[in-house]
Structures are given as structure tokens and as C-alpha cells.
Design a binder for this molecule. Structure first.
Ligand SMILES: Nc1nc2c(c(=O)[nH]1)N[C@H]1C(S)=C(S)[C@@H](COP(=O)(O)OP(=O)(O)OC[C@H]3O[C@@H](n4cnc5c(=O)[nH]c(N)nc54)[C@H](O)[C@@H]3O)O[C@H]1N2
Ligand SMILES: Nc1nc2c(c(=O)[nH]1)N[C@H]1C(S)=C(S)[C@@H](COP(=O)(O)OP(=O)(O)OC[C@H]3O[C@@H](n4cnc5c(=O)[nH]c(N)nc54)[C@H](O)[C@@H]3O)O[C@H]1N2
Ligand SMILES: [Mo]
Length: 695
């Protein structure tokens, strides 16, 4: 018998696709994108098309495991659930008995964006215990903090309305790789005559399809935005009326722009004055201008200020008041009116506890000054041994004999290798969840399509059992998954919009607000205290930050002394066929992705005696990884790249534990390295270098 079940892609991607899974005799046999979903439009991406490979992969975990070998050796023995939960609870209890609850730390991220399996009972459990709290910074820290300071929450005009823009600037985003479905709306704009511009240091496949590409030096976006704003002011193109009515701090910024010019920006950004001038002229004459801001540009040390400068550039034209115009980075803030926070219910006691920035995990696990030291780490929905900065040090920390490590996972990853206890988790095919989106305005329900594989349990069932084993019986730790879904949308606004469990069950997805074609910020209405767009943010000054948008050089990319030892900036952006490290173990995905590869400018390669296909080592003081070399004809001299994130020693051996200016954000792309030849040509085993994605 064939049955088709509605669901949603769980991956950490703005597109949160609606999908359908066909099931025959209890086995998922086909997956496809929902045709009716306005953003998915019937198409899944090249990696999720193969999601069922991941479900039925031979390396799928099917039973709980306990470590039998030494730490990190990877020898485990199957055990039953009672023993596994007992061991996990004992690891937690032993740490608390010795050093108090802050010696325990939960470590989680967006392996699933599901609110139920990802962001509810696990967080409740550890907060209730008084464990160290985790500050979730690794992905959007600087962007989120910049948006909070400037517009209150991640909101903007509708991403589908970009088709109405006369000028679309794709700034620090490789849409075709990491936000594929947005591209359709850009193409619609192009078809109506819009000019499309990419701002990116790399020659991405997205940039190649744009009408212009400003290939600026990494981390100089703030300067570009300031120079462009100065040109707008000079041309009288700032919307003084809108700014006077709906913004705070425009006079102060306008004063500061007196120090800026297109020439100064071009110099700092390493661009031709004419190309910066051409973009300024386009913005001056194109109403509306839409700026789709990606997250790539905020993985730099001074990204918060830059992000604020780009938001300001998008706003001072008055384009928020035009359908499809204005800056747009993420849409998550639009969901706030219809949802409840599942992480911290008001009636669950949560003692105050210290906070540790997740992006500093390598330091937190190895710094002798940590008091108390972290002695029990419980990891779910993330693979930190591969994805955090300073991988070498992070793995030294995970190897500590006095650290008890419990990992909830779907497969044996780089992180589970260090575990004391591994708890097998269900995949999206097997559990219930509800999904907002950070790239569009549709909420989706994911219905389980098949029974759990092997002994796998949903994360939340594991947390309920763990709470019971720890003697914690507060009802908020024991709600079932359907109750949590219902609680998430138990708001007046959701009811008013007909967003109910029953409808979601039947239909799969529902739009959360009025149809497209609106301008909610035409007359202020931003979710800030005053409802205004906050160019000036005095609270930032209290934190020792610049209260106005501006430019400061990036940390490593902008360091001429460091550049003498490490002449190449290394950017490590999204790989089309992986999602961070997810799928990087699957043969089908790996084949499409190719081997780990570093892309170089021809002169940078030649200067090092490197030819395409050579095995090279990419290194700095923090660590090194080996990969194949490739030369790209449009690479910028001095700027190399390698896609995130393969398993094993990878790009993060070289990245630094360092906070950006805002939000405790990591600075993955603000990284200097050098590259050296290890071995000429393809070695004995035939290997295929990665291709620049999509080319
Ligand atoms: N296929 C695929 N899709 C993904 C992901 C994936 O791994 N694979 N990851 C998902 C996740 S977790 C996220 S957060 C998003 C991330 O997706 P994006 O927002 O696209 O982020 P990145 O891939 O880090 O970088 C995007 C672009 O920013 C550019 N960039 C780097 N430094 C600078 C700079 O200083 N200035 C400017 N202007 N541009 C710069 C990079 O060259 C890159 O082309 O994508 C999600 N989607
Ligand atoms: N060098 C470099 N490093 C980066 C970045 C970069 O740009 N450059 N980007 C950073 C960014 S933006 C991000 S978001 C982070 C993300 O890094 P991670 O959070 O480590 O993301 P993934 O590598 O996708 O790992 C997610 C894991 O969760 C597991 N998982 C998925 N669903 C479930 C579930 O329901 N239950 C359980 N128990 N497990 C599940 C998957 O099997 C997978 O192993 O990486 C960061 N790392
Ligand atoms: Mo991310």
C-alpha cells in the first residue's frame, strides 16, 4: 500500500521546504518537494533529494552504545535503553556531586530547526537543573545582535516580493547554494528588468549569474556601505522625510558620512572606483532597491557594525515603504506573534547559571581557568568536533578523561567518536515537529512518515527518560510531542489566522500573515521600543561599541603584519551538497561534493609551485588540514576558499576562537593561512577535486 505523508525539511536553511514522502509497506520510497508550497514550488535541493539515503544509510545508529575502548578510539558496545539512560544520568549526577550543576553543560544547535525536537525539552531539562547555559552564537550571532539593535527583530519586507524590486543586491550570500528557492524571486525581478548585483569576495555561481559583481576584500563591507550612503547623500537621494519620521539618529549618521566617499570605500574594499560609483548610481535611481543580506559577511570580527551599515543603506532610500524594497536578512521575527517560546516556560523553575558562548567550546573545554570545569557535556543536533572553530583544541577538550560526554545522534560522527554514551535519535521521517522559517512566511508541520529505524527514539523521548532517571518530575519536562506542537501555536494571533494543529496536520503548511504585496514598515512599525528604525543605538555605546553604523577593519583579513606570515585569507562557505557537516559521510553526497579542495588564484598557486590537483597543506598557527588544490580563473589574489565542512581534520583546524564585535559571533571567514605543496598530482587513489559549486 502506498501512502503519501506531508512533512518539512528539518535542515538549518532559510528555505524550510514543504516535502512529501511516499511510503510503501512501512518503507519510505520517494521524497519530493510540495508543489503547492509557494516557496518550495515543487523542488527540493540536490542534497535533500537524497535525504532517504541518509535515513537508510548503513552508518545510521540503531541502538544505544557505550564506550569500551579509550576515549576517541571509536570502540563501542551496544546496550539497551535503560542502561544507556542510566549511564547518561550518572555522568550528569557525578559532575553535579563533584562541582555543582554548572559543571554540566548542554550543547545543541540546528541539526534540526524543529521547535519540538530541537528547542524544547532538552533546554528545559538542563536549565531546570541549573546547568551552564549555552549562548547560541555560532551561526547568526552578529547578524541577530545587529538586527536587534537596529530593527528589534529579524523582519523585513516579504522575500517573495523581491520580484518587484528594480535593483536587487545580493550581499554576502550564495543564494544558489544556501537559499536556493529565493533565487526564483530574483529571476522574476530580472525578467521584469531588474538589475542584480552580487557583493562577495568569491566568484560564486550566484555572482556569475548577476549583472554585476563587486568582488570586495573580505570584511570590508562596512566601508562599502558607508561609501554608498555618502554618495546617496551627495545626490540628495536619502529619503529625508521617511528618515525624519521613522528613524532615530539619521542626523548623526549623515554627519559621519561627511568623512566618506565612493573613492575612500573603493580604496578600502580593493575595488575600482567606477564599479562602486556605478552601484551608487543604480541605488540612487532604482526604486525600489532590495538588499538580500546573507550570513557570510557576518563571519568577520567587525561584522556587527558592517551589518548595521548595510541595514542603514537599505533603509535610507525609503524603500521599506515600497513593495519588495529595503534590506532583508532573515524572516524569523515574523513568527513571534503566532508562537510561544517552548524553551523557557514561565512556570518551570530555572535557577540562574553562568553562560558559555558555544563558539568558544574549544576554550571552554581546555581553559584551566574554567571554574568549575565542564565535566559533563550533553550534545544533540550538532557535530562540534567538526564544526566549531579551533578544531584541534576542541578535540583535545572532547578527549579529556575527566569529561563525561553523552551524544544524541543519528549516525557516528566526529563528535560521537569521543562519546562515553551514544543515544540513537530518530530522523525527520520518524518524528513529529513544527517548523517556522528564517527565509519565508510559512509555518509547517512535519508528520512522521515511518516507524523509527532500529531502537531510535526522538530527542524528546530521550530527554523525558533522562529527566525521570534524574528524579525530575516537573510536568514541563514530560509533555508529549503533540502537546508541545499545540503549545507552540497556542496564541490568539495563531487562532485568529486559523493556524491550528488540525489544519497543519491536513495541509502541511500555512502562511502566517497576510498575503504578499505589503509594506509593514512603510510608516515605522518596527519591533523596537519606539517603532522606529534605530540608526543610532545608545545601548551599544554602553557596551563599548560604536552606537552608529561604521567601518572597522576585520581582525585577520585586515592585519598587514599577520599577512606577511599568512598571505592568504581563507573563506570557508557553504558547500552545495552538504549542510554544514550533515551528509558529509554519505557516498552519494560526497561524490557530488568532491574531495576537500582549496581554491586559489593562479598567481597564488604558481608562487607556491602548486598546480591544480596537487595535494596541499593549508595551515596557520592554530592547525592544518590537507586537501586538493584547484585554481579558479576569477579568484581574487590573496583570497582562497574551501567549502565547509568535511568530516575528519578540516577547515576548522585553522579557524580561530574569537568573538566578533557583536553577539559573541565566531569569525570563520576572518582567517589567515598559507598553503604549501605536499605531493604533486593525484595520488594512487583517484580523487576528484570539489568544483566551485554549481559551475
Ligand atoms: N547547501 C548548503 N546550504 C546551506 C548551508 C550549507 O552548509 N550548505 N548552511 C546553512 C547555514 S547553517 C547557514 S548559516 C546559511 C549560510 O549561508 P550564507 O548566508 O550563504 O553564508 P556563507 O555560505 O557563510 O557565505 C555566503 C557568502 O558570503 C561570502 N562572504 C564571505 N566573507 C564575506 C565578506 O566579508 N563580505 C561579503 N560581502 N561576503 C562574504 C562568501 O564568499 C559566500 O559566498 O546557509 C544554510 N544553507
Ligand atoms: N569553517 C566554518 N565552520 C562553520 C561555518 C562556516 O561558515 N565555516 N558555519 C557555522 C554555522 S553557520 C553553523 S550553523 C554551524 C553548524 O554546525 P553543526 O551544528 O555541527 O551542524 P551540522 O554539521 O549540520 O550537524 C548537525 C548534526 O545534528 C544531527 N541531527 C540532525 N537532526 C537531529 C535530531 O533530530 N536529533 C539528533 N540527536 N541529532 C540530529 C545530524 O546528524 C548532524 O550530525 O557550523 C558552523 N561551522
Ligand atoms: Mo548556520
Amino acid at each position: 500500500m502506498r501512502e503519501v505523508i506531508n512533512g518539512a525539511c528539518p535542515l538549518d536553511c532559510p528555505d524550510t521546504c514543504g516535502w512529501q514522502i511516499a511510503v510503501e509497506d512501512g518503507r519510505a520510497v520517494e521524497i519530493r518537494g510540495r508543489k503547492e508550497h509557494p516557496f518550495t514550488r515543487g523542488a527540493l535541493c540536490g542534497k535533500v533529494n537524497r535525504y532517504l539515503d541518509a535515513v537508510y544509510a548503513p552508518d545510521r545508529l540503531t541502538t544505544p552504545l557505550r564506550r569500551v575502548g579509550t576515549k576517541g578510539e571509536g570502540r563501542f558496545q551496544p546496550i539497551d535503553w535503560d542502561e544507556a539512560i542510566g549511564l547518561a544520568a550518572e555522568g550528569i549526577r557525578t559532575a553535579i556531586d563533584r562541582d555543582g550543576p554548572e559543571a554540566v553543560m548542554p550543547y545543541y544547535y540546528a541539526g534540526t530547526l524543529g521547535e519540538v525536537q530541537g528547542w524544547s525539552l532538552g533546554i528545559r531539562l538542563f536549565n531546570h537543573l541549573g546547568a551552564t547555559r549555552m549562548l547560541g552564537t555560532i551561526c547568526t550571532g552578529a547578524a541577530s545582535a545587529a538586527m536587534k539593535a537596529t530593527i528589534g527583530r529579524p523582519v523585513g519586507n516579504d522575500p517573495e516580493d523581491i520580484e518587484h524590486a528594480a535593483l536587487v543586491i545580493i550581499w554576502g550570500a550564495n543564494l544558489l547554494t544556501s537559499n536556493m528557492h529565493q533565487w526564483h524571486w530574483v529571476q522574476e525581478a530580472q525578467a521584469r528588468g531588474a538589475h542584480v548585483v552580487a557583493v562577495d569576495p568569491l566568484p560564486t555561481d550566484t555572482a556569475r549569474r548577476c549583472d554585476a559583481h563587486l568582488q570586495l576584500l573580505p570584511g570590508t563591507d562596512g566601508a562599502l556601505a558607508m561609501g554608498l550612503m555618502a554618495a546617496l547623500v551627495e545626490a540628495g537621494a536619502a529619503d529625508e522625510e521617511w528618515l525624519a519620521a521613522y528613524a532615530e539618529g539619521w542626523p548623526e549618521l549623515r554627519d559621519r558620512l561627511g568623512e566618506w566617499s565612493v573613492e575612500r570605500a573603493a580604496e578600502i574594499c580593493g575595488l575600482d572606483v567606477l564599479e562602486v560609483r556605478a552601484l551608487a548610481d543604480r541605488i540612487i535611481t532604482s526604486r525600489p532597491t532590495a538588499i538580500r543580506i546573507g550570513l557570510g559577511l557576518q563571519r568577520h570580527a567587525t561584522a556587527g557594525a558592517a551589518f548595521r551599515a548595510i541595514l542603514a543603506l537599505g533603509a535610507i532610500t525609503g524603500d521599506y515603504a515600497r513593495v519588495g524594497g529595503g534590506p532583508l536578512a532573515m524572516t524569523g521575527g515574523h513568527f513571534d506573534p503566532i508562537r510561544n517560546d517552548l524553551e523557557q516556560p514561565a512556570d518551570l523553575p530555572m535557577p540562574p547559571a553562568r553562560i558559555v558562548n558555544m563558539s568558544r567550546l574549544a576554550e571552554a573545554l581546555t581553559d584551566p581557568a574554567m571554574a568549575p570545569p565542564i565535566r559533563s557535556l550533553v550534545v544533540w543536533d550538532t557535530n562540534p568536533a567538526a564544526t566549531v572553530p579551533d578544531q584541534v583544541r576542541a578535540q583535545q577538550g572532547l578527549m579529556r578523561d575527566d569529561l563525561h560526554l553523552t551524544v544524541l545522534e543519528q549516525r557516528m560522527t566526529d563528535t560521537t567518536r569521543f562519546a562515553d554514551v551514544v543515544l540513537p535519535a530518530t530522523m525527520q521521517t520518524e518524528h513529529l515537529d513544527i517548523h517556522p522559517s528564517y527565509g519565508h512566511h510559512y509555518i509547517a508541520l512535519n508528520r512522521p512518515a515511518i516507524a523509527p529505524i532500529g531502537d531510535c527514539l526522538p530527542n524528546n523521548e530521550i530527554f523525558r527518560r533522562l529527566a525521570a532517571a534524574l528524579g525530575l518530575d516537573h510536568p514541563r519536562l514530560h509533555q508529549d510531542d503533540e502537546a508541545l506542537v499545540r503549545e507552540y501555536i497556542d496564541t490568539d494571533e495563531a487562532r485568529a489566522r486559523g493556524i491550528t494543529f488540525e489544519r497543519l496536520w491536513d495541509e502541511g503548511f500555512i502562511r502566517i500573515d497576510d498575503e504578499r504585496g505589503r509594506t509593514p514598515y512603510a510608516a515605522g512599525g518596527f519591533p523596537t521600543a519606539s517603532g522606529r528604525f534605530r540608526i543610532l543605538c545608545p545601548e551599544l555605546a554602553e557596551q563599548g561599541l560604536d552606537p552608529l553604523p561604521g567601518y572597522a577593519p576585520p581582525a585577520e583579513a585586515g592585519d598587514p603584519v599577520l599577512a606577511e606570515r599568512f598571505p592568504l585569507v581563507l573563506i570557508t562557505p557553504a558547500q552545495r551538497f552538504f549542510l554544514n557537516s550533515t551528509f558529509a559521510d554519505l557516498p552519494g553526497h560526497l561524490k557530488l561534493a568532491g574531495e576537500p579542495t582549496v581554491f586559489l588564484h593562479a598567481e597564488d598557486a604558481a608562487a607556491r609551485g602548486i598546480e591544480p590537483g596537487d595535494t596541499v597543506e593549508v595551515a596557520n598557527d592554530r592547525g592544518a588540514f590537507r586537501c586538493l588544490a584547484a585554481v579558479h580563473p576569477q579568484a581574487r589574489r590573496g583570497v582562497a576558499w574551501s567549502y565547509k565542512v568535511h568530516w575528519g581534520g578540516n577547515v576548522n583546524a585553522t579557524t580561530a576562537v574569537r568573538d566578533a564585535d557583536m553577539g559573541g559571533s565566531p569569525t570563520f571567514h576572518d582567517n589567515r593561512v598559507d598553503v604549501a605543496l605536499v605531493e604533486r598530482g593525484a595520488p594512487a587513489v583517484e580523487r576528484r577535486a570539489a568544483e566551485p559549486v554549481g559551475d
